[in-house]
Structure formats: C-alpha cells, structure tokens
Write a protein that binds this ligand. Structure first.
Ligand code: PMT
Length: 362
C-alpha cells in the first residue's frame, strides 16, 4: 500500500529535508555581496528564474521539470541593473542569464555572429591572437604540433556589431561595478533552501530589498525519505508515484524571513478567467505587495499587476476583496515595436512602486 502523503509546513520541511552541500559557500558569497551593496547605499533585488526539478530517485536518472526558459527572469535582471539596482540572480542551472541570453544557442547562435575575414593576411595565433600568448605556445613539448597557422582573422558580422557592442558594454560595466551576483539551483529542494537563506541575508537591507519571484516552482515533490535509492525499474509495468505538497513558502517569507522587503510574486495560468481571482487570493493569503499575473500564451506582451489599493491596509480578508485590490494591465504592441521587451515596462513600474515603498521608511 502506498504511504500517506505528508503535509509539510515550512518548519517540518527544513527539519526533514537536507540542505544542498554548497549552501554555506553560496551564502558566504551572498553575505559579502549584500554588505558591499549596503555600504554603497544601493537597492538590491533578488530575481529568481527558471524551473525547479523534482528528482524521482536518489541516484537521479529521472525527474519532473517545471516549465520556464528563464526569459522573464534574465531579461528583468538586465533592466534592474540598468535602473541602478544590484541584482542577486538565482536561476536554474543552464537556464537563460542576463546578457548572454541574447545569444542563446537555439534562437541566436553565437557562431552566426562571427565571420572569417579572408582579406587579412595569414598569421599564427601567437602573433595575431591577444588571448594566446607566445609563451603559452612556446611551452609546448617538441612532440606537440607547432603553433597552428591561423588562416585568417575573425570579425563580427557588420549588421550585428551595434547590438553586440551595446550588450558587451553593459555586460562589462556590470562586471566592473560588481553589481551582479549569480547563484544556481536545480531541484526544488535546492531552491527552497537557497531562497530562505538568501532572503534572510537580504533582510539586512530592510525596505531597500526587493524580491522578484519569477521562478516556476514545483508544487509537488518526493521527500528524501520516500525516494528510491536506485533507478526505478520498469519491469513492474505502470508507475504510481504519490507526491507530497511543497510548503507554501511565500507565507514564512513575508512573515519571518524578510523584514519589510518589497515582495513581487508571479502567477502563471493557462485559463485567463483564473488569473485575477488567483492573484487576489495569493495577496490575501500571504500579505505581500504585488502579484504579476501572466497567461502562458500572452505573457510576452501582456501582464497584469494586482495589488492592494494604496489606502488599504495589509489585513487578511476573506470577503469583499474586490474593493481592496486593484488591477493594472500592462501591454505592449509587438506589431508596432518588434524589439520591445515587456520586462522593461514591468521593471520601470516596479522601480517606481519600490521607491515609494522605501520612502515610507523615511
Ligand atoms: O521563464 P519564462 O519562460 O519567460 O517564463 C516565465 C514564467 C511564466 C515562468 C514566469 O513569468 C512565472 O509566471 N513564474 C511563476 C510561475 C509559478 O510557478 O507560479 P506559482 O503559482 O506556482 O507560484 C506563485 C509564486 O510563488 C511564484 O512567484 C513562485 O516563484 C513562488 N513560489 C511558489 C511555490 C513555492 N513553493 N515557492 C515559491 O516561491
């Protein structure tokens, strides 16, 4: 008989599920980053991005995955950086990242940006390639081949130069200013442990911290205690798995882990009729600041901000919520402006709202 599903609170979750082995190291890096940003007086936003996995075995061969390429998170992170924020970018390993997202291998392969300049005279790597020094080439043993002769030089396709230069310049500036800190997760367990620890570190910034939860987080998982150690065998026919519910972590996040931080969550639905009621229910239940609703098929050009009306106090309501919440739709016309990214407008609106939130402290 299958065992009963367990209902995990966030306390019982963290008491029974083991932390990822890299947690302490990751958090030391975050602490350092937060201290530097605090000294410089910057606002900091935690952006979560990409989908979490749920492994089915301890020696994992199979897992369930959540839908998300990481576009929303990676794009938003870039606009936050542009707006002067420092960004902790917590993303699913190998999902899209700020800046490099422009050259995703599937939609915009990097090699398509390069061309071989046949007009340049032939030369060896050692003299024409600044990255490969002649000393590294001369240290080769005599049995190794001599420095390869480079038939020509590599250039950037002229039509792509302006864009590449823009992206590269922004990327270099962000690296020089040290305003981007990157963390990775794979499983929902990695995500939950990291989210709690990063939120607690970031709470040192009080109202100057924003939390932008764009990751697509699994709702169900297999606790370690119920996982098969080895690969599940297929010989027994169909597979029945009973999963437990992932604890709703927005509640402890609002009530315990963050101190007056500005918390933005996302609500993804495929039935448009559910978007606003579910977003409102989330605000009622957790008491955070904004839910951004997005429909799966319209998310690139339309989102809705659901929040409490300015005069309303953040009390939990069970009835009459229509009077308490307001919706602001944000739309872009992709026919008119093909290059426009809706994240630019999302971030602009949030920065404005966050500034008002920070001012409340003064
Ligand atoms: O990356 P893209 O391909 O661009 O897609 C972006 C997106 C559609 C995935 C993104 O815009 C989005 O909607 N992300 C949230 C999807 C989701 O998982 O919604 P949810 O209803 O499961 O969760 C609501 C919120 O609580 C989310 O902000 C989620 O990050 C957070 N959450 C949920 C459950 C949980 N246990 N922990 C959480 O942090």
């Amino acid at each position: 008989m299958p065992s009963e599903p367990t209902s995990f609170s966030s306390e019982s979750y963290f008491a029974t599920q083991p932390p990822p082995s890299t947690l302490e190291h990751d958090i030391a890096g975050v602490r350092n980053f937060v201290a530097r940003q605090q000294a410089s007086g910057r606002n900091v936003v935690l952006v979560t991005s990409g989908g979490t996995t749920v492994p089915l075995e301890l020696n994992v061969v199979r897992f369930l995955d959540n839908f998300s390429a990481g576009t929303r998170g990676a794009t938003s992170a870039e606009y936050f950086l542009k707006s002067g924020y420092a960004v902790i970018f917590m993303h699913r390993q190998f999902s899209l990242q700020p800046f490099s997202r422009h050259y995703s291998h599937s939609t915009n392969p990097f090699l398509d940006f390069l061309e071989i300049d046949e007009d340049q005279p032939s030369s060896s790597f050692s003299s024409s390639h600044p990255q490969i020094s002649s000393s590294s080439l001369t240290s080769q043993t005599s049995s190794e081949p001599k420095a390869a002769t480079c038939p020509s030089q590599i250039g950037v396709t002229p039509s792509k130069r302006t864009h590449l230069l823009e992206v590269l310049t922004a990327y270099k500036q962000v690296h020089a200013s040290g305003t981007l800190h990157t963390l990775t997760f794979v499983t929902v367990n990695d995500y939950l442990w990291l989210l709690r620890a990063v939120s607690q570190e970031l709470s040192a910034l009080n109202r100057k911290a924003m939390y932008y939860l764009a990751a697509a987080v699994s709702d169900f998982f297999l606790p370690r205690q119920k996982m098969s150690e080895h690969k599940i065998q297929s010989g027994k026919g169909s597979l029945h798995i009973e999963m437990d519910q992932v604890p709703k972590i927005l509640k402890p996040m609002v009530d315990e882990w963050t101190r007056n931080g500005y918390i933005v969550s996302f609500k993804l639905e495929t039935d448009p009729a559910l978007l606003i009621p579910k977003a409102r229910a989330s605000l009622e239940r957790y008491g955070h600041q904004v839910v951004i609703g997005n429909d799966l098929n319209r998310r690139k050009f339309e989102v809705v901000f659901v929040s409490r009306k300015v005069s309303s106090t953040p009390v939990r309501l069970t009835t009459g919520s229509e009077d308490v919440f307001e919706e602001n739709w944000l739309r872009i016309d992709l026919n008119q402006d093909n290059d426009k990214e809706i994240e630019e407008d999302i971030v602009r609106e949030l920065v404005k709202r966050h500034e008002e939130w920070v001012r409340k402290e003064e």
